[in-house]
Design a protein. Structure first.
Length: 132
């Protein structure tokens, strides 16, 4: 294959853009939550313990499910898992934005980590499969 030709690599740019945008959403979410903690406390109440849980429940739920992700990707399909996870993460983010109490926000953050787990793992697997 000649350098610069698109023969077997058509769509890699779009795939890479979508995968990177999905992962960027996750990192942006983590940064925004940490920056917004004082405003969350002012709007929803709660002490330092509840604010710490707003950050930690996300990571805890993700870590608890990390080992099962490869098997789930094999069963359901990595591309489907990625798309379902991305849509679920977006919906769960809206649930977080609409939270009216600190308890609701904690539940929403736990729910938000589930699709994050799905599409983060699937994004790496989809990218790896395409490059292999």
């Amino acid at each position: 294959m000649m350098p610069g030709s698109n023969g077997g690599h058509r769509g890699y740019g779009l795939l890479l853009t979508v995968l990177c945008a999905g992962i960027f959403m996750v990192y942006l979410d983590g940064t925004v939550v940490n920056v917004a903690l004082p405003q969350i406390q002012a709007d929803l109440g709660g002490g330092i313990t509840e604010l710490q849980w707003v950050v930690d429940i996300y990571a805890l739920a993700f870590a608890a499910l990390l080992l099962t992700s490869g098997v789930l990707g094999d069963i359901v399909g990595r591309r489907r898992l990625f798309l379902f996870g991305l849509a679920g993460f977006t919906a769960a983010s809206a649930f977080c934005a609409l939270a009216s109490s600190i308890e609701t926000l904690l539940i929403a953050r736990a729910v938000q980590s589930l699709p994050f787990w799905l599409y983060t793992i699937a994004a790496g697997a989809v990218g790896y499969q395409r490059v292999r």
